[in-house]
Design a binder for this molecule. Sequence first.
Ligand code: NAD
Length: 473
Amino acid sequence: MPSSTPSAFPMTIDGRSVTSPGVLAVDNPATGGVIAHVPRCTREQLDDAVLSAERAFRAWSRDVSTRREVLMAMAVMLKENVEELAGLITAEQGKPLAAARIEVLGSARWLRYYSRLELEREIIQDDERAFVELVRRPIGPTAAIAVWNFPLTSAVWKIGPGLLAGTTMVVKPSPFTPVATLRLAQLWNDVIPAGVLNTVSGDDELGAWLTQHPLIRKIAFTGSTATGKKVALAAAADLKRVTLELGGNDAGIVLDDVEPGRIAERLFWGAFTNTGQICTAIKRLYVPRARLAETVDALVALAEKMVVGDGAEDDTDLGPLTNQMQRAVVTDLVSHALANGGRAVTGGAPADGPGYFYPPTIVTGVEDGSRLVDEEQFGPALPVIPYDRVEDAVGRANASPYGLGASVWSDDTDRARAVLNQLETGMAWVNAHVAVAPHQPFGGIKYSGIGVENGPWGVESFTDLQMVHEARS
Ligand code: NAD
């Protein structure tokens, strides 16, 4: 896609390609240049999308074998178009092409998983008095609102379970990264019945309209905690169901028995994959005081080996931040830390030149109470914080209003589990961080969200429970 001639990508509504009177420009975070124009969906077009999802719902919700076939065909389409879609993700989001390919193929893997997932029948009584079964009924037309750090993943984690459950959908990608999703919707249009999956683009206001639409019965949302609260308020008006995947401030806690050099690489990628733009990245690392220098040295050595650059270049390890807004957040939090006693052992300031680059940054000399430790940086800046007693590290990890993920690092699994069991999060890892799979529930507690995605739990979140009682006496 030449940067000098921005391409145009239509929306898909009721099985048709649709443009709008207005457009949004999408830029390449590695250059700042505009790469595409996408439709700015009007309110009338959004109505069309929701009405078409409503019309398609009845037939779609009745035929699970068609749903499985369609999901498999969608997975095949992703795989067949991996190069084009990965190129679009890199161009709009910034990640290295290899990581973009993993995102596309991972999305295919998720859809294959859902196409085959058998949901257990839930019979809770079967005797001479009654046969009682719990039936999961698809909720109805659903809004899927995605975010910019993983444009396809954050959409497909909703689309897969939602379609298997029997809901129809209106998908809204982030205004920063709508391109790959719109293109994928165009490709999928050959294999999905009209109206089942509608994809619209626009800015944040479009998200608000969607959450307020009276025919939408469920909202599956990924984004910030601040927006998640607005979504919950909008949902309350019609008692819509919600799944909210929100922000995080994951702690990694290294125990004193483990050699820092041995785990440094996993810790590094736990914090810096996708240039740190992962809701469940390690965002603060607690290390025994005696191991601090050794751990910091090992992480700095890795950070200084990284090639930071345009994701389209073969040798790039870390791409830019996806937008100027996020680079400003990281710059602000690191500057605040440095002005208040912190030290950037490596990195510490945004790169010059075009693009939203920020080098991998390791900060010491900060404690809980510093904004860089307490707030979500969602970018490549990791505070490494010493602790004296593991109970203190646990207390500080739990003091956050967020509760997404956490990890404990040790050669002694029993010891690690004993620490892990005290952590108040939706996900907890031993000797890993950001390990996800289609069969593992993914979600947070406290300000990190409501409900989970993935596995049978993800599918159930697109259903209402109906109790069916057959009297026998
Ligand atoms: P954001 O909340 O601003 O935007 C997310 C989506 O919501 C976008 O599509 C946006 O257009 C839409 N939106 C904005 N205002 C809306 C409204 N009033 N009603 C409905 N939709 C609206 O997200 P952001 O701050 O740009 O993204 C980063 C945040 O997302 C971080 O906090 C990160 O931790 C979080 N995140 C969470 C997960 C997870 O699974 N828990 C995954 C990725 C990112």
